[in-house]
Design a protein around this ligand. Structure first.
Ligand code: GCO
Length: 248
């Protein structure tokens, strides 16, 4: 079994913190050259310095994946990319009656349209080289729903659909496309939920493992899907949620 990623170049969107940084670190530990991205140049540089300090090959590529010209210019620099991890995501929480249309569009743009457009830019090179990996970070909210996050839930369900259609189209060319569905991880993204005592205890009670996930516990799934060991997995959505969605 080969879990190593030596010689591979991996672009992980939204990788200056949280799940994205954990994935970048794990891929770098397996020998990949990682490209660190977010909208914030300083935060990209800080993550790169951290990874280089640990002896890894990392470069910064700040751009907003949901903005066309920025995305295209950045990708020209980044390519060849062997492994694309569509991890960048945003959320807006509000009841249906108060949910602004522009927030709906923003969430769909970042969480669903940007992964589609990045795949469109990077897949041709993967196809040409006959090897590639696209890993879409969806969510357990891609399988089930929760009140007040309609755009997020819709975008994450959509991302699983995008994963399946791209898996079918790109599989014949040696490119696998899979999703990962994280459950509740202790990240800055979830800070408001962690700070809410009712939500916090709900997560601990409902999750069979009895706790929030540590970002490092998601990274193994991403390494597996990116590696040759995971080479026959295509079009799958791998849930990493401590058992939450297995239980009623
Ligand atoms: C929320 C959402 C997300 C979750 C997640 C679970 O209500 O804010 O449920 O933040 O963290 O995506 O995987």
């Amino acid at each position: 079994m080969d879990f190593r990623l030596d010689g591979r170049r991996a672009l992980i969107t939204g990788s200056t913190r949280g799940l994205g940084l954990a994935i970048a670190r794990a891929m770098a530990q397996q020998g990949a050259a990682v490209i660190i991205n977010s909208r914030n140049g300083n935060e990209c540089e800080a993550a790169v310095a951290d990874l280089r300090g640990a002896g890894h090959d990392a470069t910064a590529l700040p751009f907003d994946a949901s903005v066309g010209p920025a995305r295209r210019a950045a990708i020209e620099t980044a390519d060849p990319v062997d492994i694309l991890v569509n991890n960048a995501g945003i959320i807006h929480r509000a009841p249906l009656a108060d949910f602004p249309e522009d927030k709906w569009r923003d969430v769909l743009d970042v969480n669903l349209t940007a992964p589609f457009l990045l795949a469109q830019l990077l897949a041709p090179g993967m196809v040409e080289r006959g090897w590639g990996r696209i890993i879409n970070i969806s969510s357990i909210m891609g399988q089930i729903g929760r009140a007040t996050i309609p755009a997020y839930v819709s975008s994450k369900h959509g991302l699983i659909g995008l994963t399946k259609t791209l898996a079918v189209e790109l599989g014949p060319h040696g490119v696998t496309v899979n999703a990962i569905n994280p459950g509740y991880f202790a990240t800055e993204f979830n800070a408001p939920l962690i700070a809410d005592p009712d939500f916090n205890s709900m997560v601990k009670t409902r999750t069979p493992l009895g706790r929030w996930g540590d970002p490092a516990e998601l990274a193994g799934a991403a390494v597996f899907l990116a590696s040759d060991a995971g080479g026959y997995v295509n079009g799958a959505a791998l849930t990493v949620d401590g058992g939450m969605t297995a239980s009623l």
